[in-house]
Every structure is written in C-alpha cells, then in structure tokens.
Design a protein around this ligand. Structure first.
Ligand code: IMP
Ligand code: MG
Length: 188
C-alpha cells in the first residue's frame, strides 16, 4: 500500500510537456544569439525532471548545472538561513543564467540563499528565474519569476520531481496530496 493518497491530478504528464514546450520557445526567443552562453541552473532535487525536459525544448546551445540549497524547514523562520550546499561547477562569468526551480512557494529559499545575488557577484551577465509552478498566495518575500509554467492555489503538490518526505518524485503527473495538514516542511 502506498504511504500517501493523491486527492486529485492537477496536471497530467501531457499537459506538463505541452506547457514546457511553450516555455522552451519563450526562453529561446529571449536569448536569440546562439553564440552567447546560456546556463540553466537547476535546484536539486525537485527541479531535475523539469530541467531535463525544459533543456530539450530550448532550441539553442546551452549548458546546465545544479545547485543544492539547505532547507529553511525546521529553523525558526525569522532566523533560518539557507545555505548553498552544492555550488555550480562551471564559471558563471559572462553567462546568461536561468535558475530552474520546481515550485515557488513562500520565496524564502531563493531569497535567503541569495543565489541570484551570488551569481551576479560572480559576474553572470544576467540571472532570471524559471519555475514550473507558482503559489503566489503563499509568498512571504517578493520573488517574481520571469517564466512560470502554471500558477496554482495553496495546495501541497507532489510528482514530476516534487516530493513529500522523498516520496512521489517519480510520478509522471502532478497531484495534490490528500491530507491537508501535510506541509512543505517535509519537502526539499
Ligand atoms: P519556498 O522557499 O517556500 O518558496 O519553497 C521552496 C521549496 O519548497 C520548493 O522549491 C520545493 O522544493 C518545496 N515546496 C514548496 N511547496 C511545495 C509543494 O507543494 N510540494 C512539494 N514541494 C514544495
Ligand atoms: Mg525546490
């Protein structure tokens, strides 16, 4: 028996792929010169599936890499710092960077990690943010994605890379967890 129940399917595998194709076209159009380096930086682990599909929908040369950020979960939210647990391997200097995230919720992880600022300090040409899902009603600090797959209501979602206590990342679709009190604390 599975240790969770999916109450509803929010996005089917097909709907996810359709939207990612559109995002890929939009991103390719925004970086029209193929000789200018474009670097996608996925945030582990949730964005792995999204990045791998998105990268294949951007019809121009690009590189990709990953970072790991510590979670603010468990820390008191007023003091919790978010640290960079794994940095990018390549230099970012002179590159147009797109940070690729699974879901933007409170915004605390990205803002407290100072990931975008740190990339700019290392002389990235520009830094943009691409999220598959956005829960704007949950935002606690202002973070505005440059590219967004879908806006959703305040529901805890799993699948397509996103987890509940490491479960469900491999679901090909995105679903909402049945138990309302299960929160983002268990996610990474
Ligand atoms: P934020 O710092 O609150 O914006 O959220 C940061 C991270 O929490 C996201 O990148 C996800 O890894 C995780 N997260 C937030 N909401 C959900 C959800 O509904 N399902 C799974 N993970 C989530
Ligand atoms: Mg994430």
């Amino acid at each position: 028996m599975l240790p969770y129940t999916i109450s509803e399917t929010l996005f089917t595998a097909e709907a996810i792929q359709e939207r990612i194709k559109e995002l890929g076209v939009q991103i390719a159009a925004d970086y029209p010169d193929p000789s200018e380096p474009l670097l996608l930086i996925g945030v582990l682990k949730g964005a792995t599936l999204f990045l791998s599909d998105l990268a294949r929908c951007i019809e121009r040369p690009l590189e990709f890499d990953f970072v790991a950020l510590s979670s603010y979960a468990g820390a008191t939210e007023t003091t919790g710092d978010v640290r960079l647990l794994k940095d990018v391997e390549a230099s970012v200097e002179g590159k147009s960077v797109v940070i690729v995230e699974d879901i933007l919720d409170t915004g605390l992880t990205l803002s407290r990690s100072r990931l975008a600022e740190s990339l700019m300090e290392r002389k990235a040409k520009s830094v943009k943010l691409c999220v598959l899902l956005d829960k704007p009603s949950r935002r606690r600090v202002e973070v505005v994605p440059d590219y967004c797959g879908f806006q959703i209501e305040d529901k805890f979602v799993v699948g397509y890379g996103m987890d509940y206590a490491e479960c469900c990342r491999n679901l090909p679709y995105i679903g909402a967890l049945a138990i309302a009190e299960q929160g983002a604390e268990a996610a990474s």
